[in-house]
Design a protein around this ligand. Structure first.
Ligand code: SAM
Length: 303
């Protein structure tokens, strides 16, 4: 199946790549974005991260030795940049979430469409998998995960069904628990297990915390004139990115009672508050439907 990189041209354009610059692709995947970044570099450097060893192996075949490929979470970007002796970066790209190859490989257990062992690990070397989350977490924690990571309104009922049927070994057993808890009137409105799978996957892969750390590092290491571009796929991660970007790029509201000299001005500016896929892309790639690209640029150093 053809690999489709979401918002590919839009994100590369938004990064405004300098041929001699240093760029970080936090989410290498199958190297769609990394390939385009490399095409624009002459003496520049690309450093790309992925938690998934398959992504690194497959991308290495495509990209050869030109980029620095790192098997680690993008939450550790800062540590790796320090080790490499890099103190400023011209651009960061994050194309968040699960890749199509991860979804489409039934054995990885990400998809409610295939029956597989409960897994959902992006990083195959990590010990925590969906099996432990579903079978070992207590009721309150599971309800909290379903609500916080997916706004699942039937969280309590789903978790009750999970507790009743434990041990749950497979994706289809988990889907059955969700269906048992869903009112029949809601069963036909999209796939009922979509939110539950999203929430459990986010817990297994520590997704929100990783994004928070990555944005903090990206903000710290971006050069003046450098940019940070993030593609999100659902409202929970998008809200986090939007809030963080607003904190650093949106000027504070003017309060006439506070002298303006005391109000710290933003060190970034918005380049694009939201870019969505073209009609052509939406037509060609179903996965693009929920994608949003947000981009900021550093205008000044802190302090
Ligand atoms: C949507 S895909 C990226 C696709 C890529 N841009 C392309 O064009 O091929 C997301 C990738 O990011 C990886 N990933 C997600 N969260 C990560 C994290 N915290 N650290 C490192 N890699 C991560 C996933 O394993 C997956 O391969």
């Amino acid at each position: 199946m053809k690999h489709y990189s979401v918002l590919l041209n839009e994100s590369i354009e938004a990064l405004d790549i300098k041929p001699e610059g240093i760029y970080v692709d936090g989410t290498l995947g199958r190297a769609g974005h990394s390939t385009k970044i490399l095409e624009k570099l002459t003496t520049g450097t690309l450093i790309a991260f992925d938690k998934d060893t398959d992504a690194l192996e497959e991308s290495k075949k495509l990209l050869g030795v030109k980029p620095i490929l790192i098997h680690d979470s993008f939450a550790t970007i800062g540590e790796h940049l320090d080790e490499l002796g890099i103190d400023k970066v011209d651009g960061f790209l994050f194309d968040l979430g699960v890749s199509s190859p991860q979804f489409d490989d039934a054995d990885r257990g990400f998809s409610y469409r295939f029956d597989a062992k409960l897994d959902m690990r992006m990083d195959q070397t990590q010990t925590l998998s969906a099996y432990e989350v579903v079978n070992e977490y207590n009721e309150d924690k599971l309800v909290d995960i379903l609500k916080t990571y997916a706004d699942e309104r039937y969280a309590k009922g789903i978790v009750k069904a999970i507790l009743k049927h434990r041990p749950i070994e497979t994706t289809f057993e988990l889907v059955s628990c969700v269906k048992e808890a869903y009112p029949s009137s809601q069963l036909k409105k999209g796939h009922p297990a979509k939110k539950t799978f999203q929430a459990i996957r986010m817990e297994v892969n520590n997704e929100l915390k990783d994004i928070e750390n990555a944005l903090q590092d990206a903000i710290k290491y971006t050069k003046v004139g450098g940019r940070i571009a993030v593609i999100t796929f659902h409202s929970i991660e998008d809200r986090l990115v939007k809030q963080r970007f607003n904190e650093v790029a949106t000027p504070p509201k003017v309060n006439p009672r506070i002298p303006q000299i005391e109000v710290s001005q933003p060190k970034f500016k918005w380049i694009s508050k939201q870019i969505k896929p073209s009609l052509k892309e939406l037509d060609e790639n179903n996965r693009s439907h929920s994608a949003i690209l947000r981009v900021i640029e550093r205008t000044e150093y802190d302090g």
